[in-house]
Structure formats: C-alpha cells, structure tokens
Design a protein around this ligand. Structure first.
Ligand code: 9MR
Length: 453
C-alpha cells in the first residue's frame, strides 16, 4: 500500500560566512522524512536481504536519523570503528561514536556491520610510525581484534575483518601487516575474530572486485584457499564504489562464483558517482545502475544484501576525494529521494509513488558584514518540474530586503514574497534556478523557514 506524501517538501539550508570567513553549514526548517511507499528495509526483509547504509554517528538526529532508522535494516559505521578512531593513543580508547551507532541500531531493530579491523589506512599514528618486530605486530593484531570484537561480542552481525588486501593486478598490497607478517596476517586476523565473537560473520572486503577481473580472481583464490585450510571465513564484501554507466557486466556471475565457494557475498559500500552537476539524464542512468546492482544481489541467494556508502549526498566521501564528482547516493543533499531511491525500491519488489513533489527551496546567506548581507534562494527539482514559482518566508529578527535580482520580491513587515522573473519561471526536472538579494540586519541574522508554493 502506498502512503500519501506531501506535494512539496521544502528544506532550507544556510551557509553562514562569518567575518573570519569560516563557513558553517546550518540546516533548519520543516523536516519531512521521505514518505516512501514501503520503506526499503521492509522490502529488503521480505526478500531476506539486508539494506544497509554507512552512517556518521554525530548526524543521527533530525531527518538524517529519521531516514537512517526508517529506511535501512543494517548500519555500518563509516569511520567510527576504524583503529585510528577507537585507539588514537596507544592504550587509550574512544568508543563513543561506535557505541552510539550500535545503540542506535539496537533501538531501531537494525543489524550492524563492523568496519574494519585490519587495514592499511586510517590507522593511528603510533601504530603506523612505530617500528615493530613480527612478534610485536602479531600481538598488536591479536590484541586489537580481541579488544574491539570482544567489546561488541554478540551485538554485531558481521565484521569486515580484513579490508582491501589486494592491488589492482591481484598481488598483495604491501602494508604494515603484509610486510611484517606475510600473507598469514589474513588467516590470523580471521581466527582471532572468530575467537572473540563466534557468532559474527567474518568478511574480507575490497573494492574493484565487483566484476570478474584479476583482483577479484585473487580474492577468489584467497577465499578458496582459506576455506580449504579451515580458516574461518564467512563472506566477501564487494565495496562497489562505481562510476556512472559502469556497472560491471559480470557482477552477478562474480557474486555467484563466490557463492559457489560456500561463502556469503555482501555489497558493502555502494555508491555511483557522476560528473557534477547532475541532470535528469544522469540521474536516470544512475537509477538504472543502482537497479542493476540490486538485481544482481537479489538474483543470488547467498548475496546477503546491499549497503550504500552514505544514503544522502550530504554525507558522501565522493566530492572531497574526487573533485567535480558527486551525487553518488540515493538521496540528494536535502534528503529528497532521487530516481536511484525508487530504483532500489523497485528492485526489491516495491512500487513507488509518481515522482511528484521533489522540488525544494534552499535559503543561504552567502556573505554578511556589519549591517548588510547577501542571500540567495536556490530552487531545485528532481523527479518533478515547475513552470512558475513563488517562495515566501518571514524574517525573525527585523531583516529587511533592500534589493533583489532574478526574482520580484516584496516585503511587508517581516513577510517576504519572491516570485519568478519573466525569464526563469521554468525549473525542469533535474534543473535549478537561483535568485539573490541584499538585505540589512542587526543583532542576529537567523535563517528563516522558506516555503515554496
Ligand atoms: O567514508 C570514509 C571517509 O569518511 C574517510 O575519509 C575515508 C578515508 O579513507 O574512508 C571512507 O571509507 C572508506 C571505507 O572505509 C573503505 N573503503 C573505501 C571507503 C571510501 O574511501
């Protein structure tokens, strides 16, 4: 059954640039969780699959928390359980964010995927800068796993025990662990993890192993060999940091060959990046790509499910790592579901509402000085379009608009109303329009709640 959804959802955000030129992104205003048809987690559960997301603990309130809790049945801490996060100083542990995420998951009936125990990256400085004998390294590895896995014993469903052990050509990555302990570090880590929590499913996780290629074949051969030796290994994680239009054609075949080895397969970090700005053609392609990944997992019984690496474009690693790229997740920066969201739902057997009501207005303060400020409002549509628009708001601290461009604005008392100019009433699906204004303020310049109508 479909639930009704609001016809227009309006989010606002303000970029406050202070005198010290330090920008702070502030969001406020009406919070409307996506009134989806059936939540993704329920669709996934009906198929016996996980639908997960990576999360940032500090963001688990408001709309972000609402969506993380309502739409997903698995969570992965994006950074909170990495060695550098939990033991920044040797022997001094910080479990705050990891504990918070586990507690959130338990409160929302969600499973947690622990991420990650043994990696070459995001390790504490004391570990990477130290000089260690093989015996010392071995003890460090065992103790770390015993401590972290032991802390959450019985509470985590799975662990990415070893992360990214291979180079692109299928050779082993030269890491602290490989260089000190040889390939045996992998079996050692898995064995230690099993001892610390016999009920957690133990995974090796890597990227660029989604299709059949040299790297995934190396992973396949490793898993085969570990199984033959009786080393505890329950699954492989295919991260799936993909590029628009480039879902490997051998994805399902690759999942199947791992399944045939007798291990589970999880898509652990799915995102599909594009060159910015997004437009409706790219978002449509992205939806097809998300659907292809979902379909491949749904088609293989031992594919346990799919986790997206952040569910909103406002919480994605892509723009900072790949400048000019982004829009990689199923929800946009204002938490509006994108075509990719609907594609995931459909692949899980759900029906989706027509793509109406996905235009948003975002108010920003671009700059401000002692008595004046420049603001702007951006109207963006995704899965919807406008042929004319009007944006209204009420100032809370006596602000007064003095001049506007790309819109006709009137202010009466605190109430402001801005309508499109003759040339910019049309906002196409996937497009946006921005208008600007100068104003005066004194004391404070709080962000108003804007309404798009
Ligand atoms: O999402 C994580 C990001 O916040 C970190 O800055 C980054 C550092 O490498 O790690 C990101 O997560 C990675 C994950 O732990 C392992 N696979 C690749 C992910 C993207 O870099």
């Amino acid at each position: 059954m479909r639930s009704s959804r609001t016809s227009l959802r309006v989010r606002l955000a303000a970029l406050l640039a202070g005198a010290a030129a330090v920008g702070t992104l502030v969001t406020a205003g009406t919070t409307t969780a996506h009134a989806a048809d059936t939540p993704l987690r329920d669709l996934a559960a009906a198929k016996g699959k996980a639908m997960g997301t990576a999360v940032t603990g500090s963001k688990l309130t408001g709309t972000y928390g609402d969506l993380a809790g309502a739409q997903f049945n698995w969570l992965t801490p994006g950074n909170a359980m990495k060695w550098g996060s939990v033991e920044p100083t040797r022997g001094t542990f910080d479990w705050a964010e990891a504990d918070q995420i586990v507690a959130f998951a338990e409160a929302h009936g969600q499973e947690v995927r622990g991420h990650t125990l043994v990696w070459h990256s995001q390790n504490p400085g004391w570990l990477t800068n130290g000089t260690w004998t093989p015996a010392q390294l071995s003890t460090l590895l065992n103790d770390h796993i015993a401590t972290e896995v032991g802390r959450y014993k019985g509470r985590l469903a799975a662990w990415d025990v070893v992360n990214e052990p291979f180079n692109e050509d299928g050779t082993y990555r030269q890491t602290l662990w490989y260089n000190g302990l040889g390939t045996g570090y992998i079996a050692q880590a898995l064995t230690a993890a099993r001892a610390a929590d016999p009920d957690a499913k133990l995974y090796i996780n890597d990227y660029n192993v989604e299709g059949v290629n040299a790297k995934s074949t190396a992973l396949y051969n490793l898993v085969k060999s570990l199984k033959e030796q009786g080393v505890p290994i329950d699954g492989v994680g295919l991260q799936a940091h993909l590029i628009l239009g480039q879902v490997p054609s051998t994805l399902q075949q690759n999942i199947q060959r791992f399944a045939d080895l007798g291990v589970d397969v999880a898509i652990t970090e799915l995102d599909i990046r594009m060159t910015l700005p997004s437009d409706s053609a790219k978002l449509t392609q992205q939806a097809a790509d998300y659907k292809a990944v979902m379909n491949a997992c749904v088609a293989v019984a031992r594919c346990t499910g799919v986790t997206v690496w952040g569910f909103t474009d406002s919480d994605s690693w892509i723009p900072s790592t790949f400048p000019g790229q982004g829009a990689a997740t199923p929800y946009d920066e204002n938490y509006a579901p994108k075509p990719a969201y609907r594609a995931i739902a459909e692949a899980l057997g759900g029906t989706t509402t027509p793509p109406t009501g996905a235009c948003t207005a975002t108010y920003s303060v671009a700059s401000q000085w002692n008595t004046g400020f420049t603001g702007q409002v951006r109207i963006a549509c995704s899965g919807a379009a406008l042929s004319s628009w009007k944006v209204t708001w009420t100032y809370g601290a006596g602000q007064q608009i003095t001049q506007a461009w790309n819109a006709t604005c009137t202010q009466s008392g605190a109430a402001v109303s801005c309508a499109n100019a003759s040339y910019n009433g049309t906002v196409p699906d996937g497009g946006s329009v921005t208008f600007g204004f100068n104003g005066s303020w004194s004391g404070t310049n709080p962000v108003p709640t804007v309404t798009l109508g």
